[in-house]
Write a protein that binds this ligand. Structure first.
Ligand SMILES: CC(C)(COP(=O)(O)OP(=O)(O)OC[C@H]1O[C@@H](n2cnc3c(N)ncnc32)[C@H](O)[C@@H]1OP(=O)(O)O)[C@@H](O)C(=O)NCCC(=O)NCCS
Length: 178
């Protein structure tokens, strides 16, 4: 049976950063650093590291199935017009890549939250909220007003994270919500 995706959207004009800034500060106080692919350098080595992190985190997405090979990942996720290294937010712990929140700007004019993931040992500490706050800053800096995403209905953590940020059900026609 086809999956009934949970489609969500966030009004970026109404989003109140101040509610989540303490989470960003407390993550930094515990030694988590936040950066972007653009700041670190969009190099072959960093693309490979992004792939490995994405692959590890995606293993916990319900019914995700087999992940891309590296060549498929490059072709379908990176070497595409909507890939922007400024929209690849990374969380680092002691220099190791532990989290990612990636955002693209879609031709329809909205931002799309592509993938948010934390290594299992780093979950439950607000790091995803901190990364999403930075991702929202990126989306706004590109002039967008709406951030969209969708999740498998069994992905309670991802749906809970987004609802915590204020995402609501997205009733836009499917074509507009891709
Ligand atoms: C989804 C994911 C990124 C959340 O990361 P996280 O750092 O553990 O989340 P946070 O600690 O920042 O929690 C943020 C909010 O999400 C909600 N949440 C987190 N885990 C939850 C769970 N298991 N069930 C329900 N809600 C949950 C809570 O509301 C929490 O806010 P609170 O701390 O104020 O209560 C993480 O579970 C993950 O990497 N999962 C595997 C990859 C994935 O499924 N990604 C989404 C698909 S793109």
């Amino acid at each position: 049976m086809a999956v009934e995706w949970v489609r969500l959207k966030l009004d970026l004009d109404a989003f109140d950063d101040a509610r989540f800034e303490p989470r960003l500060r407390s993550c930094r106080q515990t030694g988590i650093e936040f950066t972007t692919m653009a700041a670190l350098g969009d190099t072959a080595e960093h693309r490979r590291a992004l792939y490995e992190l994405n692959k590890t985190c995606s293993a916990d997405i319900p019914e995700r199935g087999e992940f891309y090979t590296y060549d498929e990942y490059l072709a379908q996720r990176i070497e595409i017009p909507t890939y922007d290294p400024r929209g690849i937010v990374l969380a680092l712990d002691g220099g190791a890549w532990v989290g990612m929140a990636t955002t693209s700007i879609q031709p329809e004019g909205h931002a799309f939250s592509e993938m948010t993931g934390l290594l299992a040992g780093h979950r439950g500490r607000g790091v995803s909220l901190a990364m999403k706050l930075l991702a929202i800053g990126f989306a706004r800096s590109r002039g967008t007003h709406v951030l969209r995403t969708f999740h498998h209905p069994a992905n309670a953590a991802a749906i809970g994270m987004n609802r915590r940020l204020g995402f609501v059900d997205d009733d836009a026609p499917r074509a507009a919500a891709v």
